[in-house]
Design a protein around this ligand. Structure first.
Ligand code: GDP
Ligand code: K
Ligand code: MG
Length: 271
C-alpha cells in the first residue's frame, strides 16, 4: 500500500517519517524540480510512506509546491497521512479540507501537542475526529511517542474519507461543481468536487489537466459562470479563491472551537 505523508512546512513531517519508517529509504528527485523524493518502508515491511513537500495549500505558488498537485493527479496512492501542528490548528486545517475534498482515506497525526499544551491549549482528539470524519491520532514526532499506534492505524484496514461535503461552498460554487460533473461524466478517475474547487481556486496544474479533457472555452465559461453567480448571490466582489478560503475558514472555526479548550493565563491566540 502507498501512503502519502502530507502537511504544512515545519509540522514534524521529517521527524514522523523517520519514526515510522525503517532505515530502507529510496532517495531521488520529483520530476521537473530539485525537491528530493523520499520513499520509506514501514516497519511492517510491506507498506510504503511517500514524503511530499510541505505546503499550506494545494494551489501552488511555486513549481516545488506543484509537486503535490502533480502527485494527486499522476501517482497511485491508497491513503493520506496528514500531519498537523496542534498549536496552529486553524491554519493547518486549510490543507486538510482540501484533502477531504479529494475524498481519499485520510488519517490525521496530531503533532506538537506539547507546544499546544504549553500554551494552555487542550485539544479533544475524539471531537476533532468526529467533526472531520477521519481518525485523529496524537503523536510527539520528536520523541516517537504515539508513532507505533499511528503506524498501526494507517497501515491497518479501512479508514475514514471524511464527512461528505464537510464544507458548503455556497450556491454558485456548488452549482459549478455539478456543472463540471456533467461536463466530465465518465471522463476522469479523479474526484470531480476536488477538481472543481482546485480549478475555481486557480490551481494551474488542475486547469492543465482539465484542458486535456475539455475545451479551453468550456473551462473559461464555467469559471466565469461561477464567478458571476457567486457575485450575484452574495453581492460581494470577492474572487473565487477568496470565497473558497473564507468558506473553509468558517467551517474550520466551528470545528476548532468545538474541539479546543483553553486553560491558564498564557492564552496565546490559536492560529
Ligand atoms: P518538517 O519541516 O515538517 O519536516 O518538520 P521537522 O520534522 O523537520 O520538524 C520541525 C521542527 O519541529 C524540528 O525542530 C523538530 O525537532 C520539531 N518537532 C517535531 N515534532 C515535534 C513535537 O512533537 N514537539 C516539538 N516540541 N517539536 C517537534
Ligand atoms: K523543516
Ligand atoms: Mg521536512
Amino acid at each position: 500500500m502507498n501512503i502519502a505523508l502530507i502537511g504544512n512546512p515545519n509540522t514534524g513531517k521529517t521527524s514522523l517519517f523517520n519514526n515510522l519508517t525503517g532505515s530502507y529509504e529510496y532517495v531521488g528527485n520529483w520530476s521537473g524540480v530539485t525537491v528530493e523524493k523520499k520513499v520509506g518502508l514501514f516497519k511492517n515491511g510491506k507498506d510504503q510512506l511517500i514524503d511530499l513537500p510541505g505546503v499550506y495549500t494545494l494551489n501552488p505558488l511555486s513549481k516545488d509546491e506543484g509537486v503535490v498537485t502533480n502527485f494527486f493527479l499522476n501517482e497511485p496512492f491508497e491513503k493520506l497521512l496528514n500531519i498537523l501542528d496542534a498549536s496552529q490548528l486553524r491554519r493547518n486545517l486549510h490543507l486538510t479540507m482540501q484533502l477531504l475534498d479529494y475524498g481519499a482515506p485520510v488519517i490525521i497525526g496530531l503533532n506538537m501537542l506539547d507546544v499546544a499544551k504549553n500554551r494552555g491549549i487542550q485539544i479533544d482528539t475524539h471531537k476533532l475526529s468526529e467533526s472531520l470524519g477521519v481518525a485523529v491520532a496524537p503523536v510527539v514526532a520528536r520523541t516517537g511517542k504515539g508513532c507505533n499506534e499511528l503506524a498501526e492505524l494507517v497501515t491497518g484496514e479501512a479508514v475514514g474519507t471524511g464527512k461528505p461535503n464537510l464544507v458548503y461552498y455556497g450556491k454558485g460554487i456548488e452549482a459549478g461543481i455539478l456543472e463540471l460533473e456533467n461536463l466530465l461524466a465518465g471522463k476522469t478517475q479523479h474526484p470531480i468536487r476536488w477538481l472543481a474547487l482546485q480549478l475555481f481556486e486557480g490551481n494551474p496544474y488542475v486547469r492543465n489537466y482539465l484542458a486535456t479533457i475539455l475545451h479551453q472555452d468550456e473551462i473559461d465559461e464555467l469559471i466565469n459562470q461561477v464567478s458571476v453567480a457567486e457575485q450575484k448571490n452574495t453581492g460581494s466582489r470577492q474572487a473565487l479563491d477568496q470565497v473558497i478560503h473564507r468558506k473553509r475558514s468558517e467551517a474550520i472555526d466551528k470545528i476548532v472551537s468545538a474541539a479546543t479548550t483553553r486553560t491558564g493565563d498564557n492564552k496565546i491566540p490559536l492560529t
